[in-house]
Design a protein around this ligand. Structure first.
Ligand code: TXE
Length: 526
């Protein structure tokens, strides 16, 4: 992709490493604030072209890009694994397959979701007025993703932004720039007009310059600290922002759950992608009466996991994405130890490898007071705590600054749904875990410190458009009763508006008719 070569004022070079081997994947430029400005100026031209395209034209382009991904399936899966460390199985199952599904869904359904809509305006319709909503593209959308799902998160957002008619600039994570550039290359091959999608490699400074460029929208995935900085900086331009800031997601397991299934769900939810998912299980609460049995099941299954490099098809858990991330995990596990929790398995780096491998770690006797139960770990750790009652389970789950996802496990579906509705999180699953980011039709986003706004689904698509209201008066006979000039009769009529018209009832409003007619006559005489 030529986007790197186009940088005129690049700052330092970014070196991308394979975290499993420490080998260099390659080098790219780091776009400067001037490069960002130039990209935004080009994006303005790109937008003028792209916003005029029809939904079928946009859909055809997205479906062509989808075909290119299918043609290069294994090559892309390998690139994702090389740059992020994850098993190739997860590059396919957790990144490529879900985003291909999202692409076909929005290619086929965006037009329907963004169709203009008539609004029921109640009694105003009796005055010959109509209202409708139309959805317009915003302009330039800036996407700043993290490194944990470097393909599916930005690509899904690119597809939705393009289907809505926007131009897009992506600033990939500095840990995974080549996956970001691959996204640009796919659309270039698919024939997307120049400047509609640009990939600007760079680090936090490049991201900050993009936020400060006065574009129309920022879609950010990353840490709470960076999310806060972005919200502050975007506020200067009143740029609207969607923030996806991770979580500390609870899994609540009742004694009547299918414990075998719940244990299997827990280890996938905690250890897939080496625990580096915003919706990873980071706190497990199990009903006290089955704690022993359930914990034994988890430990036994965890010990059977095969940890190896991501390129092997038999690898269950691979490397973490960076040395920096593994240090956070070491620190949290150490603090669990100090604070009295028990490490049942794992709890250290895997000495068989040079790279950033941390063993899947199960921790018991955890409590909500421990640091590792409050801060996002973002690693392969599964701390387990207990509860006695349904109320206590809900309180423990809600005792967190985060609220992205949660799960409840029970055979009693009424109880499952009842508890789910009491947990403060953007998505709560019953007898399921983590995966709904893969269902492009459903909204994704959090409560509390997990951020605001939504990606995915109808609500995600609506983040990428401006809602315009068109109101039409078809009756052109007379001034409105509420227009100037005012008079005692006008004031009396307005009392009637308050008493009758504002009731929403046509029958009540009829009581206003004599006064209204007099008022109209009065206005005509002026
Ligand atoms: O994120 P950052 P990091 C959590 C996880 C992890 C922690 C730190 O707990 O340990 O965040 O990860 C760009 N203006 N999550 O340091 O810094 C940066 O270049 C604009 C949860 O990687 O937030 C990158 O592209 N952009 C999360 C992106 O922001 C800036 C996924 C994310 O980097 C910027 C990843 C700035 N001032 C980590 N500074 C989730 N929600 O799932 C940096 N960036």
């Amino acid at each position: 992709m030529s986007a790197v070569l186009k940088l005129q004022n690049q700052m330092d070079e970014i070196i991308s490493y394979n975290p499993a081997t420490g080998e260099e994947v390659g080098r790219v430029g780091c776009a400067s604030a001037e490069d960002v400005k130039a990209a935004v100026a080009k994006s303005r031209d790109g937008f003028l072209k792209w916003k005029e395209t029809s939904f079928p034209q946009r859909a055809a382009l997205v479906m062509r890009a989808r075909e290119i991904i299918l043609d290069e399936l294994d090559e892309i899966a390998r690139l994702i694994s090389d740059e992020s460390g994850k098993p190739v199985a997860e590059s396919l199952s957790m990144e490529i397959a879900p985003v291909l599904d999202l692409m076909q869904y929005f290619a086929r359904h965006a037009a329907k979701i963004l169709k203009s809509e008539k609004i029921n305006i109640g009694l105003y319709a009796t005055l010959g007025r109509t209202s409708k909503i139309i959805y317009k593209p915003l302009g330039t959308v800036g996407i700043i993703p993290a490194w944990n799902y470097p393909f599916s998160i930005p690509l899904g957002e690119v597809v939705m932004a393009l289907m809505a008619g926007n131009a897009v600039i992506v600033k990939p994570s500095e840990l995974t720039p080549f996956v970001g550039l691959k996204i640009g290359e796919i659309f270039e091959k698919a024939g997307l007009p120049e400047d509609v999608l640009q990939i600007l490699t760079g680090d936090g400074r490049t991201g900050a310059a993009l936020v400060d460029a006065g574009i129309e929208k920022i879609m950010f995935t990353g840490s709470v600290a960076t999310g806060r900085k972005i919200a502050e900086s975007a506020a200067k331009h009143l740029t609207s922002v969607v923030l996806e800031l991770g979580g500390k997601d609870p899994m609540v397991v009742f004694a009547d759950a299918n414990l075998e299934l719940a244990a299997q769900g827990a280890i996938w939810g905690a250890f897939c992608n080496s625990g580096q998912s915003c919706s990873s299980v980071e706190r497990l609460y199990v009903e006290e009466s089955v704690e022993r049995k359930f914990t034994d099941l988890i430990v036994e299954k965890t010990k059977r996991l095969r940890q190896d490099s991501g390129d092997k098809e038999t690898t269950d858990v691979a490397a973490m994405s960076s040395e920096r991330q593994i240090k956070i995990v070491e620190d949290h596990v150490e603090s669990f130890r100090r604070e009295g929790a028990k490490i049942l398995t794992g709890g250290k780096r895997n000495a068989n490898f040079k790279g950033a491998f941390y063993e899947p770690t199960v921790i018991s006797n955890a409590t909500n007071q421990m640091r590792g139960m409050r801060e996002e770990t973002f690693g392969p750790t599964l701390p387990i705590a207990t509860f006695k009652t349904e109320r206590e389970a809900i309180d423990l789950a809600n005792d967190s600054d985060f609220g992205l996802t949660a799960s409840v496990w029970t055979r009693d579906l009424a109880k499952g749904k009842r508890v789910a509705e009491k947990i403060l999180a953007g998505t709560v699953c019953v007898n399921e875990v983590l995966y709904t980011h893969g269902i492009g039709q459903t909204p994704w986003g959090g409560f509390k410190q997990s951020g605001y706004g939504r990606t995915h689904g109808k609500y995600g698509l609506l983040e990428l458009v401006a809602t315009q209201h068109i109101h039409v008066n078809r009756v052109l006979l007379t001034s409105n009763a509420w227009w100037l000039p005012y008079s005692p009769l006008a004031v009396e009529t307005f009392r009637g508006f308050a008493r009758y018209f504002a009731s929403g009832s046509l029958r009540q409003t009829m009581k206003l008719a004599p006064r209204l007619l007099k008022r109209i006559k009065e206005l005509r005489g002026k």
